[in-house]
Ligand binder design. Structure first.
Ligand code: GAL
Length: 374
């Protein structure tokens, strides 16, 4: 097997740094607590956080991001704060309207996960003009945002690319893979792709590469069917899929073409279906992103911003990123880990994302016991 290059950043080093920030915040050392006596005159605990999430095709937003943010805001405000949540269903125009409504309703702060990071910049400017801070959540919206909370998105791509090479074993630059990238309006998709290419370029032949409209599994399935037609199912050594939803579409296309011995396929998001596919050996890996770390930090930042706790806010956002419109944006980038059959217990189960009973349904009972999950 070819020697693998070490990753440019080690997840553990970054993990150590951000865990420190989080634990400081968790024990109240940063002062973001539910004690109203600590609230600055700017605003007390009866604050409203507007939350704009991009889509429902991926289950993470409704299942994890929203409920975690809501409960953290409640905890930080002695149950007096509230979260107004809108999901745009992958429609950039709809998200613009939702943002404008939040400005009209005078929410105190907006957490924005953009459908189209560029198109929303005018709306961000309107919020700024209305004196409402905007914190970009997960995807880096353009325009005058106050901060950004996300994962280390280039690392996501590196972890995926590197895992794919590991899973394929002995390969050379004539071996063909297919690359299924995310939505072109999502800046994270570009970073996932760049990170993956930094690992894959030169090692394999990327025979077909697609950007996938709206991250939709059915679009990935159609693109995969076209790739199979042109390359030949048996000539595909591996598939880079940027997320789990699309990995599901890729598998359907391969199965429809009669493939029974699936090549290694990557993913991201640790969706329940994907964790089960990983156990069953149908998908090689996913990327586990700790939703609690990202979502709770965003809630802490939003509350600190509204309440004028500048020191806490700065302590949370110690990284810096540039967007096409703004430079040196204060940021928090949470690290990620590869999720494979080997570490299901230490990731999604340890963090309480799923229960064993969610994963080990009748169909997966034997896979679970083979993997020592009970
Ligand atoms: C990305 C996000 C991923 C995944 C994807 C598809 O921006 O970082 O976690 O959700 O969108 O929705």
């Amino acid at each position: 097997m070819r020697p693998l290059r070490p990753l440019r950043r080690t997840a553990t080093a970054v993990a150590a740094a951000s865990t420190m920030t989080l634990s400081l915040a968790a024990c109240g050392a940063l002062g973001v607590t539910g004690d109203s006596s600590e609230a600055s005159p700017t605003k007390g605990n009866d604050l409203t956080v507007g939350l704009l999430l991009p889509e429902t095709a991926n289950t993470r937003y409704d299942k994890f991001d929203f409920p975690i943010i809501r409960s953290k805001v409640l905890e930080l405000t002695d149950k007096q704060g509230s979260v107004v949540y809108k999901n745009a269903d992958a429609d950039a125009g709809k998200q613009e309207t939702q943002l404008e409504q939040m400005i009209a309703d005078q929410v105190d702060v907006i957490l924005l996960d953009a459908v189209d990071a560029h198109a929303i910049s005018g709306g961000v400017q309107k919020a700024k003009d209305a004196g409402i801070p905007v914190i970009a959540y997960d995807r880096l919206a353009e325009g005058p945002i106050d901060a950004y909370v996300s994962f280390d998105n280039e690392l996501v791509g590196e972890v995926q690319g590197r895992s794919l090479l590991e899973a394929m074993g002995e390969v050379d630059s004539s071996d063909k893979i297919v690359m299924m990238n995310g939505s072109p309006t999502d800046p994270n998709a570009k970073q996932f792709k760049a990170g993956a290419l930094s690992e894959l370029n030169g090692s394999v032949d990327i025979a077909k590469s697609y950007d996938t409209k709206d991250w939709k599994p059915e679009n990935a399935q159609a693109n995969m069917a076209a790739a199979i037609k042109s390359i030949g199912a048996n000539n595909i050594k591996g598939v880079y899929s940027a997320n789990d939803g699309m990995a599901g579409g890729v598998i359907k296309a391969l199965e429809a073409a009669g493939v029974t011995d699936l090549p290694p396929i990557t993913g991201q998001d640790a969706e329940l279906d994907a964790v089960q596919r990983i156990l069953a050996g149908e998908q090689f890996m996913s990327v586990y992103k700790s939703y609690p770390q990202e979502a709770e930090s965003a809630a802490e930042m939003a509350v600190a911003k509204v309440q004028g706790h500048d020191i806490q806010f700065e302590a949370l956002a110690q990284d810096q990123v540039d967007s096409p419109t703004d430079k040196k944006i204060p940021a928090l980038l949470v690290p990620v880990v590869a999720l494979t059959k080997q570490n299901i217990k230490d990731t999604v189960l340890a963090d309480g994302i799923y229960e064993v009973s969610d994963i080990c349904t009748a169909q997966y009972k034997s896979d679970c016991s083979a993997a020592g999950i009970k």
